[in-house]
Design a protein around this ligand. Structure first.
Ligand SMILES: Nc1ncnc2c1ncn2[C@@H]1O[C@H](COP(=O)(O)OP(=O)(O)OP(=O)(O)O)[C@@H](O)[C@H]1O
Ligand SMILES: [Mg+2]
Length: 275
């Protein structure tokens, strides 16, 4: 299995995950979460990672973000090893993770305070306007809907102007209509900024709508099972989701997920076959 490299000459690899393997230490012994997972993400590319629950997607993203270390393997950004949180890598988590006692502006400023860096308020105001939150800076998280909170989390992640944006099921908790709205917004922002994006989702339709390529992970321990190229023209409209082409592609990806055994199951099957 290759690392999912698109064979275009001009594509430049921005982010490379090489042989990522992760064992967690648990009370009942080591837990094998990620197994020899590799992916290359080209500069400015929008990729999604999908796979069954618990297969190691968050584990992968945390490693890419430098939030925890791999047992073996490497993460390279522009060819340099990522060994800890990196200013060029922004992250949006499943929960918006806004502090309830800080208003929106002060939540967005928090990472700047932690790093003792000057806030770029002009940039933050522009981003707030861009996501439809202009004038909401003095509101507290409890005064905002789930969709608005995630918009704020996106602003927080983009406020540093990172070149890579990692998103871990950011819209998993939103209703279907709000999710559609957010997907349109994310595509718009991506078309404007051409960030390199790795987006994790359970929702295959969302992955097809957003991606240039979809990386499918096997059940735990997560391995790269297959890469799908998604070549629908952009900007994409929600009408695309009602087409037969998308329907068939979504079913093909779902079948891949359902039929890819975990490495452990595959090894057991091989052992049985060997007698
Ligand atoms: N800090 C941890 N310590 C021990 N085990 C962990 C830890 N974090 C995750 N795991 C285990 O590692 C495996 C992979 O977890 P991970 O959260 O990466 O999966 P996921 O694909 O993101 O799942 P989901 O789709 O449900 O979010 C799971 O079995 C999980 O229980
Ligand atoms: Mg997860």
């Amino acid at each position: 299995m290759d690392a999912g490299v698109t064979p275009t000459e001009e594509a430049r690899v921005k982010l490379a995950v090489r042989g990522a393997t992760k064992y967690y230490d648990t009370k009942s012994g080591p837990l094998h979460a990620l197994d020899n997972y590799s992916m290359d993400v080209n500069e400015g590319e929008f990729t999604c990672v999908v796979g069954p629950s618990g297969c190691g997607k968050t584990t992968l993203l945390w490693s890419v973000a430098g939030l925890h270390s791999l047992t073996s393997g490497d993460v390279l950004l522009d060819g340099e090893h990522v060994r800890g949180p990196h200013p060029q890598i922004g992250m949006v988590f499943q929960e918006a993770n806004l502090l309830p006692w800080r208003n929106l502006t002060r939540n967005i400023q928090l990472p700047f305070e932690i790093k003792r860096r000057q806030t770029d308020q002009e940039h933050i105001d522009h981003l707030l306007e861009r996501v439809g939150l202009a004038g909401f800076g003095n509101k507290f998280p409890r005064e905002l809907s789930g969709g608005m909170q995630q918009r704020a989390a996106i602003v927080r992640a983009l406020s540093f102007n990172p070149s890579v944006l990692l998103m871990d099921e950011p819209f998993g908790a939103l209703d279907a209509f709000t999710r559609d709205e957010m997907n349109l917004l994310v595509e718009e922002i991506w078309l404007e900024t051409r960030k390199t994006i790795v987006f994790i989702t359970h929702n295959i339709t969302e992955a097809v709508f957003l991606s240039d390529r979809v990386f499918v992970m096997s059940a735990r321990p997560g391995r790269l099972a297959k890469v799908f190229d998604i070549s629908f023209p952009r900007p994409r409209s929600l009408d695309l989701l009602a087409t037969r082409e998308v329907f068939e592609l979504v079913n093909e990806i779902k079948a891949e997920i359902q039929h890819t055994p975990s490495a452990a199951t595959a090894a057991a099957a091989l052992e049985m076959a060997d007698g």
